[in-house]
Design a protein around this ligand. Structure first.
Ligand SMILES: Cc1cc2nc3c(=O)[nH]c(=O)nc-3n(C[C@H](O)[C@H](O)[C@H](O)COP(=O)(O)O)c2cc1C
Length: 171
């Protein structure tokens, strides 16, 4: 039985939700947990790392993790998925069109086996005042939802399912 390790960073929970959804779809033994620097990786067959964007950046701990564990990530043919709101438009789900994921892959020397980009969630009712105003402003510019009382989830669960199916076939 294939053993999977899914590691995620999350602020409002959407990347965790995607990671857990993926975990449920995988036919194998899955460990799904927040990304931390000192995690034992060797005992897993396959590693998947998911992370979300905040004001244009992935968290620093993701960079530290990748730097520290690059050789084992390559040995385990680890995958990466990025979560952000620009990916609510399908062309921004391609690496070459998604500035955040493209820049991340340029900055690190790690080359994930597969890279996926999933649209995240817009959770106005959870955001603090400053974040809500900033996101509203960005949404106005990019013709997204601006009603602060309405939360929206843009994640396409069919895409996450097809990624899980692909992983199940890789075995
Ligand atoms: C304060 C804040 C800043 C964000 N900045 C960006 C951004 O620069 N670009 C983008 O595409 N999405 C941005 N997002 C959207 C998040 O990437 C999206 O909400 C995602 O679902 C968050 O995942 P998480 O809950 O796992 O952290 C931002 C969201 C918040 C709340």
């Amino acid at each position: 039985m294939t053993t999977y390790l899914i590691l995620y960073t999350t602020v409002d929970g959407q990347t965790k939700k995607i990671a857990q959804f993926l975990a449920e779809k995988l036919a194998g033994k899955v460990t799904c947990q927040p990304l931390e620097e000192d995690i034992e990786l060797q005992s897993f067959d396959k590693i998947i790392i998911g992370s979300s964007i905040r004001y244009g950046h992935f968290p620093k701990k993701l960079y530290r993790f990748v730097k520290k564990h690059q050789s084992i990530l390559e040995e385990k043919q680890a995958d990466f998925f990025g979560v952000n709101l620009i990916a609510r438009s399908p062309e921004k789900q391609k690496v070459e069109n998604n500035v955040y994921v493209r820049k991340f892959l340029e900055k690190v020397t790690w080359q994930p086996k597969n890279v996926y980009i999933f649209a995240g969630a817009l959770l106005y009712t959870k955001y603090r005042f400053f974040d809500r105003k900033m996101i509203q402003f960005i949404m106005k510019l990019t013709e997204g939802p601006t009603d602060p009382q309405v939360d929206s989830e843009f994640t396409d669960w069919k895409q996450v399912t097809s990624y899980a199916n692909q992983l199940n076939h890789e075995k």
